[in-house]
Write a protein that binds this ligand. Structure first.
Ligand SMILES: [Fe+2]
Ligand SMILES: [Fe+2]
Length: 198
């Protein structure tokens, strides 16, 4: 049956990014995104980095966990500068590789999740090797730097705090996300109506 699932809050007819944060994203992940963006902002980093942090796990918040950096980059590609989606895509690989120049070590948590001797798959090694030589390497790297410390359940931030940054760095389609006929519109619609089976 078409329409909203009874347990999900109603979305506006022309949904904006903020509506997904408020009404659709898994609250824990939405909060993680907001915290990591806040850290980037507090550190005085460029707004491109703040925006990339705000979006880096967006796929995980609304759609899919596996390869979430790649899915997330695709989801936002029509609406952000290429540097932002590039960084979101590459945080997937970079988080497994330390960079002492910015104080990023291999995350403790990954040893718990994946075990002592975990090796990321080849495609992530290759993505890392390409990314480290890329002009936007540091943008993706700074996502990882502001990522690992961003899991404080006691800090709750409102998406409104980032309204200005979103206004400058996210081109909201006038038809609403999901309804602009972009190549990724169906992905946004799936987040609006995750339970449509017909
Ligand atoms: Fe991530
Ligand atoms: Fe993250």
């Amino acid at each position: 049956m078409m329409g909203d699932h009874p347990r999900l809050p109603k979305m506006p007819i022309q949904p904006r990014l903020e509506d997904f944060f408020r009404h659709r994203f898994v609250p824990l992940v939405a909060n993680h995104l907001l915290q990591s963006a806040r850290l980037a902002k507090k550190a005085g980093l460029h707004e491109t980095v703040v925006m990339a942090c705000l979006l880096h796990d967006i796929a995980m918040a609304g759609l899919i966990t596996s390869d979430h950096g790649y899915w997330g980059a695709q989801l936002i590609e029509p609406y952000v500068d290429e540097e932002v989606s590039w960084a979101v895509r590459h945080h997937q690989a970079l988080r497994y590789f330390p960079d002492e120049s910015v104080g990023y070590s291999y995350p403790e948590a990954y040893i718990r999740y994946f075990g002592e001797d975990y090796q990321p798959p080849d495609y992530l090694h290759q993505a890392y090797e390409q990314a480290r030589r890329h002009k936007w390497y540091m943008t993706a790297r700074l996502i990882t730097v502001n990522d690992v410390y961003a899991f404080d359940p006691h800090v709750v931030i409102d998406i409104d705090d980032f309204e200005a940054v979103i206004g400058r760095h996210f081109r909201q389609p006038k038809e609403g996300l999901g309804f602009d006929n972009s190549p990724v519109a169906h992905m946004w619609r799936t987040m609006i109506w995750p339970h449509n089976s017909l």
